[in-house]
Design a protein around this ligand. Structure first.
Ligand code: HEM
Length: 418
């Protein structure tokens, strides 16, 4: 009896194969961006288990090379000198960065091809939750090495949390376990980073996949005629087993090679150079994915604050709470503003929908400009001038993209309701 038959008699594997492994997967490479995010998450969990076994989430002072430093910091320095320690730490770091890049690229694919339309609004919202959780995972990971860099970077978020009107004190106590940096902050962040957030990510990814299996993928409009000729099967593509699985495995191996190459040649913020927390404040900027918020904070005049219903709105509230809150709300509303009565199963060519594509282009330029504002000290531009650029550049990008696409659409006689 083969091993497959042995398992099949107990678990009815053939039924599972007939039901799920024949599911069709689209062949267009942009449909692999979601998978890329998934692979990064798996790699983060595996490398994170290794790091978690060696990391000490405490600020207890211990001796390291003759000086007294917090044990969280000392444990990360020790990981770096272990055989394979540094490379695994770097793979963890670069996988986190690739995950956020992949999630954003996946989001752009969904937005620009209007794959969020009815009935996929739920997966759009679950996806936004995944983006938020991925950013939270990166943010909580920042503090763990407990170097001067980590503490300075996290203190910005502490003042943002504190600035939330009415409930700021409560939120900052909940997240940071009191004032920052305090005895309890590291262990609280460690718990969120290794338990709460990965569990939420795993749960949301499962929900995302369940909804996807139920609703099936969108597909290119060009499939319509082919499908009708084939008797109207819902999706044209390749089956999960074996074709898609082989492509996915090859793609994962490619991802692992890329991230290992990055880990070999690109160093992290060297915690040994920054050293443990000390009274001095180093000049630092957050990683690229937090730059728009950081840049926006830099543009708001430091003395601009006012009260609303007894709650104080400070520059930190505007840059760190209202700005990302507004972006999240705008993103969440997209499928409900671009509403359709009938379910839409074919993706739309971005060149055929001038309004939404140019809106996306304008939003992209706006985020890049706010990120550039994070470098205002190096750009030799005053905050007032930079604010004008941040407002004007997206409008110009929107106007140019819209005009060009409208001209293209008219010339080709394309009529798409968008
Ligand atoms: C950890 C983050 C994420 C993972 C692991 C993930 C994974 C996936 C995978 C594997 C697919 C199927 C392949 C594909 O269509 O690309 C998919 C589809 C989809 N995802 Fe995500 N995703 C994530 C985040 C997001 C985000 C941020 C959004 C949007 C806000 C989103 C919205 C969607 C939608 C609407 C679909 C269906 C697309 C279609 O049918 O064409 N996802 N996701």
């Amino acid at each position: 009896m083969s091993i497959f038959t042995w398992f099949d008699e107990r678990l009815e594997l053939k039924k599972f194969k007939a039901r799920f492994l024949v599911k069709t997967f689209p062949t267009h490479p942009t449909f692999l961006l979601g998978e890329l995010a998934l692979y990064s998450f798996v790699t983060l969990v595996v490398t994170g288990v290794f790091l978690g076994l060696l990391y000490e989430p405490s600020t207890r002072m211990v001796s390291l090379f003759g000086s007294m430093v917090p044990s969280a910091y000392a444990s990360v320095v020790k990981i770096d000198v272990l055989p394979l320690g540094m490379i695994i730490r770097r793979i963890h770091h670069w996988s986190a960065m690739l995950m956020i890049a992949a999630v954003l690229a996946h989001l752009m694919r969904i937005y620009f091809t209007s794959a969020y339309r009815k009935p996929r609004e739920i997966n759009w919202l679950v996806g936004l939750g995944l983006l938020g959780m991925s950013l939270l995972a990166a943010f909580t990971g920042y503090l763990l090495p407990f170097s001067q860099f980590s503490v300075t970077a996290t203190s910005i978020a502490f003042y943002v949390a504190k600035s939330v009107p009415w409930v700021g004190d409560w939120i900052s106590r909940l997240l940071f376990a009191g004032e920052f940096p305090s005895e309890g902050t590291v262990s609280r962040f460690f718990f969120m980073h290794v338990m709460l957030i990965p569990a939420a990510l795993a749960g949301l990814i499962s929900l995302h996949m369940l909804v996807l299996v139920k609703q099936k993928h969108t597909e290119p409009r060009s499939n319509k005629n082919r499908k009708e000729a084939q008797g109207g099967r819902r999706l044209i593509g390749i089956p999960v087993w074996p074709e898609q699985s082989v492509i996915s495995l090859s793609f994962y191996l490619f991802f692992l090679s890329l991230v290992s190459l990055m880990a070999t040649y690109i160093p992290l913020n060297p915690i040994e150079t920054y050293g443990p927390p000390s009274p001095g404040t180093p000049v630092m900027r957050p990683d690229w994915y937090f730059l728009p918020v950081y840049g926006f904070l830099k543009l708001i005049p430091g003395d601009l604050s006012f009260s609303v219903l007894g709650g104080k709105i400070t520059p930190e509230t505007m840059g760190g709470v209202i700005f990302p809150g507004f972006l999240s709300l705008a993103a969440a509303l997209i499928p409900f503003l671009d509403q359709w009565k009938e379910p839409q199963h074919y993706i739309v060519n971005p060149l055929h929908r001038p309004f939404m594509t140019s809106l996306g282009a304008g939003a992209g330029v706006f985020l890049c400009m706010t990120a550039a504002a994070g470098y205002i000290d190096l750009l030799h531009v005053t905050p007032a001038k930079m604010t004008i650029y941040v407002i004007l550049a997206p409008l110009v990008a929107w106007g140019i993209t819209y005009t060009l696409l409208e001209r293209y659409r008219r010339k080709r006689g394309i009529h798409v309701k968008t």
